[in-house]
Design a protein around this ligand. Structure first.
Ligand SMILES: [Zn+2]
Length: 105
């Protein structure tokens, strides 16, 4: 089943639905993100929607967070890589939320 885009969330994340009726919140990509972060986010989004990642990670059930996709430590999409990078690049722009424009470049 093809994943279907539902809506943007206020924090720029996106809500998607897969064919089995499961909703996924996946990280949005900002025009101002660096190429490295955009790549990491792209890998993450693809992995979230497919349920598996090119690093070999697959969806697994956890008690605390429900279904979670565990990435290899050296995967660009793993939390240990993507979260610090996103925080570093974006924390100075938090105040400007809501002023994002589509990037035409
Ligand atoms: Zn991965």
């Amino acid at each position: 089943m093809r994943p279907k885009f539902v809506t943007h969330l206020p924090n720029n994340d996106e809500l998607w639905e897969t064919g089995n009726g499961i909703a996924h919140v996946i990280p949005g990509i900002l025009p101002t993100d660096s190429p490295a972060l955009k790549y990491a986010l792209t890998v993450r989004r693809t992995a979230d929607l497919l349920g598996r990642c090119e690093c070999g990670g697959e969806i697994a059930a956890t008690m605390r967070h429900g279904l979670v996709l565990k990435h290899e430590d050296d995967c660009p999409a793993c939390d240990g890589n993507i979260l610090p990078m996103a925080k570093r690049e974006r924390h100075t722009r938090q105040a400007n939320r809501g002023e994002q424009h589509a990037d035409t470049h």
